[in-house]
Design a protein around this ligand. Structure first.
Ligand code: SF4
Ligand code: SF4
Length: 388
């Protein structure tokens, strides 16, 4: 296993982190197949993985309720005496916080679920701008100060899908942030905080953990023929998983890539890759860019996320509505994009809030009929996540 330093935490972390949001299940998402999952974690730890990431709602029967991932992990670490061998990263459900006491309430519950006295890395989970304003107002920074002073939490940070300006704003507000979990893969360099966000994390020496390295598996499943043809042109042949992971590990602004693994086979493959030095040269980089360009030809519309059409007077989040629609087409995975559409975009900002006033049309740099595109987005995603 190869290791990196996680920013200013100084922790040496395996460059592959074990994400426990996609453990094997039977019947429903909350029923973890414990024997199989234990075997996977054991293999990972015995072969050098020292960072395991979980969260309050992972493996819950609902989108946001208390899940079984933390419970399973706590049991597993205790039974196998692995607690001292690994760093636990888990997350406070920022969307569920309604009053100051809730910070403590959830932390206590998580410590019990995990059967531990302390958490190595505690992240505010999936921080949106409204949730950040809310938790800040409710005193989250004092709460984190107290956690750090008492030692119940060793390092603090947040996970987020926000744009780079907001990422920087939040980072600048609290000098004790040490870790950020952010989305990155070769398709997402300009999506959410993207490469500019990683640049800034490196500049301020905040550790970077990466989520969605395989775009929820879409970069390695049902690969379009045009993409396979491009990979076949490479001098050094790599599997799609190798391309995706080595692209990230070759970046000097990436410290730890989390992979939500589902089978022992995947763990073995990823551990092997994480233990192998592999250089992506300039020719490989150009091929990766060409693959990304090819995926983009499957987009639903030509929105470039330039932002000139914003803000919409009705509060429609035009950019992200069009983006999730595009990604759904590009990766042919409506369910994954619908999950993003319904969780990352507020109720009042989705496509059905457009009143067709046409005010945005003259501003579109790509000459899109934005209200018409939003009608398509609404027809595609509908009003409820449930029907996916
Ligand atoms: S047409 Fe729709 S998206 Fe455009 S400004 Fe009007 S309400 Fe907003
Ligand atoms: S102006 Fe047009 S291209 Fe730019 S973000 Fe708005 S819809 Fe997309």
């Amino acid at each position: 296993m190869l290791y990196n330093t996680l920013g200013k935490t100084g922790l040496k972390v395996s460059r592959l982190g074990f994400g426990t949001m996609r453990l094997p299940t039977k019947g429903s998402n909350d029923k973890i197949m414990e024997n199989e999952a234990s075997e996977m974690l054991t293999y990972g730890i015995e072969n050098g993985i020292n960072l395991i990431d979980t969260a309050y709602p992972y493996h819950s029967s609902t989108l946001e309720g208390s899940g079984n991932s933390e419970i399973f992990l706590g049991e597993f670490l205790k039974e196998n005496s692995y607690r001292d061998d690994v760093l636990i990263s888990t997350k406070s459900p920022s969307w569920a916080i309604e009053k100051n006491e809730d910070f403590e309430y959830y932390l206590d519950k998580q410590l019990k679920k995990l059967q531990t006295d302390f958490i190595d890395i505690y992240l505010l989970h999936s921080l949106t701008v409204p949730d950040w304003l809310k938790v800040n107002e409710l005193g989250v920074l004092d709460f984190l100060d107290d956690c750090l002073s008492s030692g119940v939490v060793k390092h603090v940070g947040f996970s987020s899908h926000i744009e780079v300006d907001y990422l920087i704003e939040i980072l600048d507000e609290y000098p004790k942030w040490e870790v950020v979990l952010t989305q990155m893969n070769y398709l997402d360099e300009y999506y959410q905080s993207g490469t500019m966000g990683l640049d800034y994390l490196k500049e301020v020496n905040v550790g970077s953990m990466i989520m969605e390295p395989l775009r929820g598996g879409r970069l390695v499943q049902n690969i379009p023929q045009q993409v396979n043809d491009l990979w076949n042109q490479a001098d050094v042949k790599r599997t799609p998983v190798e391309w995706a992971l080595q692209y990230l590990w070759n970046r000097d602004d990436v410290d730890c890539v989390l992979s939500g693994m589902t089978s022992l086979e995947q763990v073995k493959e990823n551990v092997k890759l994480a233990s192998t030095e592999d250089t992506i040269n300039e020719h490989d980089s150009e091929l990766i860019r060409e693959v990304a360009r090819t995926y983009r030809t499957f987009l639903g519309n030509n929105c470039t996320r330039c932002g000139y059409c914003m803000p919409c007077p009705q509060g429609v989040d035009i950019i992200n509505c069009l983006t999730e629609y595009n990604i759904a087409h590009m990766l042919n995975d409506p369910k994954a994009s619908a999950m993003q559409y319904f969780t990352l975009i507020d109720d009042d900002s989705r496509a059905d809030s457009c009143i067709q006033c046409m005010e945005c049309i003259p501003f579109c740099t790509q000459m899109l009929d934005i209200p018409e595109e939003l009608v398509k987005v609404h027809e595609y995603f509908g009003s409820e996540f449930d029907h996916f």
